[in-house]
Design a protein around this ligand. Sequence first.
Ligand code: ADP
Ligand code: MG
Length: 616
Amino acid sequence: MTAHEALKAYFGYDNFRPLQEEIIQSVIDGRDTLALMPTGGGKSLCFQVPTMAMGGLCLVITPLIALMKDQVENLRQRNIRAAAIYTGMSYEQQKVALDNCMWGPYHFLYVSPERLESEEFRERLSRLPICLIAVDEAHCISQWGYDFRPSYLKIAEIRDLIKGFKVSKFQGSNIETNLHGVKQAAKPRETLPLAQVPILALTATATPDVVDDIQERLAFRKKHVLRKSFLRQNLSYVVRQTNKKADEIVHILNKVPGSAIVYVRNRQRAQELAVYLQEKGISAEFYHAGLSSKERSAKQEAWQAYPHPLPKGKGVTRVMVTTNAFGMGIDKPDVRMVIHHDLPDTIEAYFQEAGRAGRDEQRAFAVLLYDPSQDKAKARKRVADNYPPKEFVIDVYHKTCDFLGVGASSGQGHTFMLPIHDLCRIMHLPILQTYSALHLLTQAGYICFQEEQEIHPRVKILVSQREMSEYGLSKQQYQLLELLMRQYSGIFTDLQYVHLGDEAMRRLGNKATGEKQEIHDLLVSLAQRHIITYIPHSTADTLTFTCERQTDIHLSTDIYDNHRQQYIEKLKAMVEYADNNLYCRSQLLLSYFGEADATTCGTCDVCRQKAKSEKQ
Ligand code: ADP
Ligand code: MG
């Protein structure tokens, strides 16, 4: 099947977007490729289409579990088999997913980078019929990028484990049509020498040094970059100096109609500002990672639908006031305006967030509000908050160990939920700097601290099977217990991760909707009667000890001083962008990303100001 046929057959699109075809061809030719495309450019199809055309299995490494689930769901809706493996899945479930990828017609295996560190996983990996390794958000591999993740460095290692696999490119006659009318490759999988599995790295943000770094760290056999210009012709960049930011936002939103996002730095501010806008008669909601996933999806849905009404008369929202938790993976083409209430940490982050406006190629605005003296002072404070003194970081390490009851030379491999507020209260630590310290300790490799992790529901059965009959259980309660016993061996001795969305469990629920809720209610009723222990689904910060508790903690120049310096420089570039009133903003941004030859945009505030003064 050709790439073009696969695009049409599986994804229903007629044409490739700019550069997609070149990237796909490069992958099909077996070349290691780094693809740079702005957000919304259509990077996912660049590994999905060639995989379907080649008929193999693609290993996709991606950092965010939420995005992973979205993509798997998306593929399933297109009748393409896809699996995901992430922390929190039971061993059994991981095994099933891997078995499916080994024997079934599965085409995508999404994994979080941490998985690559597990021996067991690596062992299985070597036996999978992988035809392509896709590394999404590839800038995470670079310490010079803005979102470094140490486990990305393991990717090069697993390359050697993967035995090549490729179905002949000429398999036109081996295509069969399944029940849904979707074509599937029917040819048995054959293995080719290992050197042939190409890697496709994808990112929307990469400065020239990061571009080199990515290719080196992924052990590219030959350097090969395909780059789509980051020019956004329909997007006007504007900086507005003001010390009355809230009022300026009201003013702008009243002037430019349409859907908008307002980015702020913290959760409280998001809420306050949304309320303020509502008071001024503007339809607005707030969003941040501290909301329950139910609230978040309801708010997202109401915003995404704007201006069209939702079914059942549910209201829609014009403006989303949010922390940077909102946006990744969200695909709303008609956002007219992205306003930044504060300076982002980096140009990379700014460009990505601002770029969410105007994906429909219609005129859109990216406005940065800037209060020079205040914002510069805040920037200096951010450096101090993000890089507290080394002695403080070491102090946080020991206090956290004490708080969690981890003694000398113990703790390795253990994961704890870490209630930061309690830790800070009891140990008298300042909250912001403590967060930073935990992240620095993570970078240094002593711990793995993760914010807002999804805690999957867990169940342990407390009574024996014989005793159950004495409780006078309802039929549904009894059926649920039976199912749990069957599916989770060991549920009588340990808390087991259970998956409330499982097909079998779903059949227990009567109604077409709210099944998970129903199962949850059943479990609560059993827990209240002390028949089971039930830990419901939640989110929490977690801490895993990657090595036993140390007496000496060392923060190297590389981990601490260099990163601090780099953080300062990136922030400085952001401040310079805000201060600038000489150069075209589009030009300035593009040159930051290594495009030196861009022309002036004519629509940013600097260009407009120039045109105006030339007229006079
Ligand atoms: P990125 O990862 O680059 O930010 P995505 O892969 O999420 O972007 O794609 C953004 C949107 O563009 C998706 O809704 C996708 O279906 C759509 N898209 C991608 N390629 C095409 C195409 N060739 N034709 C039409 N729509 C496309
Ligand atoms: Mg993407």
